[in-house]
Design a protein around this ligand. Structure first.
Ligand code: G3P
Length: 217
């Protein structure tokens, strides 16, 4: 499974990219607003650090303007993935941008039938939002299972399932168990994946015992 980081914070991206574990980045208009920076500058900085797909979202609601915005974003770097919303207009824009050879991430997906349409429109990625479904009392991970099943039923569909709106490490574990292709994870949750209290306790004990030997390596 691939790991993308869900942020527009270039310092976090640089830090996580240095681990060699980062396969890509996703941004959205809310994350860009949070960064307080110019959208194009942020994307140029991210693409200079990360070789994998970098999602950049259009802000228009009609397909003609989405396509025009998508083409401007795609011109920034070869690894830009244009993000369009899962609407009829977004699906039209997806088809056209894929025709240009641009990677497209169809976002704001909340049902398996929406995901089926995204795949038929040629999406490179579909982004189901698990946390936002959990927030309204629905089962976000069941949606990932349903999309996996639908896509696996039709081998001609090659859209990757990119699990978004991840709120905790268990979402990542469940995504891996289901066989999702990608998880896009906020930086703090990505760091938590490496943490375990027994690792910290065990390391402290090993270091204390080592110090008692008086040896050096
Ligand atoms: O980038 C899309 C998605 O990951 C947003 O997550 O936490 O705002 O629901 P969240």
């Amino acid at each position: 499974m691939q790991f993308f980081v869900d942020t527009a914070d270039i310092d976090d991206i640089r830090d996580l990219a240095a681990t060699g574990l980062l396969d890509g980045v996703t941004t959205n208009p809310s994350l860009v607003a949070k960064s307080g920076r110019d959208f194009f500058d942020v994307l140029k900085d991210i693409c200079a650090v990360v070789e994998g797909p970098v999602s950049a979202e259009v802000t228009a609601t009609d397909h003609e303007t989405m396509i025009a915005q998508g083409r401007k974003l795609a011109a920034i770097a070869d690894n830009i993935t244009v993000k369009v919303p899962l609407t009829w207009e977004g699906l039209k824009a997806c088809r056209a941008l894929r025709g240009d050879g641009t990677m497209v991430n169809v976002t704001l997906c909340f049902s398996a039938t929406q995901a089926l349409l995204a795949a038929k429109a040629g999406a490179t990625f579909v982004s189901p939002f698990v946390g936002r479904l959990d927030d309204i009392g629905q089962d976000g991970m069941q949606l990932i299972q349903d999309i996996r099943t639908v896509y696996d039923n039709y081998t001609a569909l090659d859209t990757k399932v990119l699990v978004a709106s991840i709120r905790h490490p268990t979402h990542v574990l469940q995504s891996a168990l289901i066989g999702a292709d990608v998880c896009t994870v906020p930086p703090d949750i990505l760091r938590k994946l490496a943490q375990h209290p027994l690792t910290d306790k065990g390391l402290a004990a090993f270091l204390a015992d080592w110090q008692s030997t008086g040896q050096d390596i």
